[in-house]
Design a protein around this ligand. Sequence first.
Ligand SMILES: [Zn+2]
Length: 444
Amino acid sequence: MCFLRSIYNFLFFSGLSLLSCTLYSQEGPYIFLLIGDGMDDSQIAIAEYYYEELGGLESFARMHDRSSAVIEGYDLGDGLRTYVSDSANTATTLASGVVTRRRMIGREPNNQDIESLLAIAKSHQLGTAIITTSSLTDATPAAFYAHAYHRDCEGPDYLRYELTETTQPCVNDSIARGGMGSIAEQAILYGPDLLLGGGMEFFDQQSETDPEISLIELAHQNDIDVISNLGAPGHAYSRVLGIFAEEHLPVTMTSDIYPPADFIRRQGGLNILPEVYSCIDNPQFMETPRLSEMTQYALDYLDQSQGFLMMIESASIDKQAHDRNACGSIGELGQLEETLALILDFASTHEQTYIIVTADHSHAAQVIPDIDSDAAFISPGQIARVRLPNDNLITINYATSDEPESEEHTGSMVPVFGYQIELPAMMRQRDIFPLLKEIIISHP
Ligand SMILES: [Zn+2]
């Protein structure tokens, strides 16, 4: 709360109260980077259609500015330009402004560590938080606090005896060889003030720093409070690690049939279409904290006079699109909308609030016309036929892979929404980082 503005409002509660707090106070900045993993315009449209009767994605519509960003990246093996990226290289681009190789975390293409927004925010004494619905060691959050050759090097065991072909190069990053250790170990040693998400399976492994203790015990040794449910924030420790699931957090919504998308089959000259279904609350979600609840916890926890940087990710828009579960993606986009509404409420009383909402890469889902049973031409992909709350039907096509639960990312541009951040009509993903860095370093 801006104390000086309160006095000013008390004295002059007329129109003069609209004068900016920035004239009187050095509070903030409050920087929010919201990432919808795999949230391209097609995913946004599907969620907007679903929630249309309930007001739609109202918070997205309240953002000040809108752009589209081109995704850039290189192949991990040969280093050549690639036009379809993954969360590791794109989150690294968002976090650090470099274009790098797929699968790499916080590294330049030559495998050198690169400074992230989180490190810059810390060096400017801002509070820091990373909040995600995935494992805390997953690629997007990891790119903001860790450095690794490969995104799969999540836990210490992956750098010791559970080596695979992809994690073998991570051995060079092990603490025993003078590296910074697994991604989970780096979360403990170098992470933000607040880490909220999933991934206990990586934190209950034995530490590289001291193989006699787990990473959870290492967290306690490093003055970190480890919590498994959201209570009132306490400050008995200097940092908080909140882990609410063994793996990724369960999604809020799912389909009431399996598989949620299927091929159209030909029989006797007719098309046999997959069944129409409705979205239901996911019974596995239960007591899982919502993304907005974790964000509220962070707002309550961080010292607002200090200013802060928060990276908030709705991770499973992507993961559910890989599984062709349209309802799963819709519900997770709904979580992002709900969280953005909360942040815009915060912004209404905190003038120094700056928000970017974007995606790391695009994904497979496309809205197509529903198909007649006697249509001569049909989609070769798998389709989901979802009944919307207004009883209309939407048909979503997935056609980038014929493997079970392995739909692919795509190379479309991703949306960028700005609040108090001016955006050009079109940009490259690497251009987002300098906008946020400038806010951090220019603030007194
Ligand atoms: Zn993905």
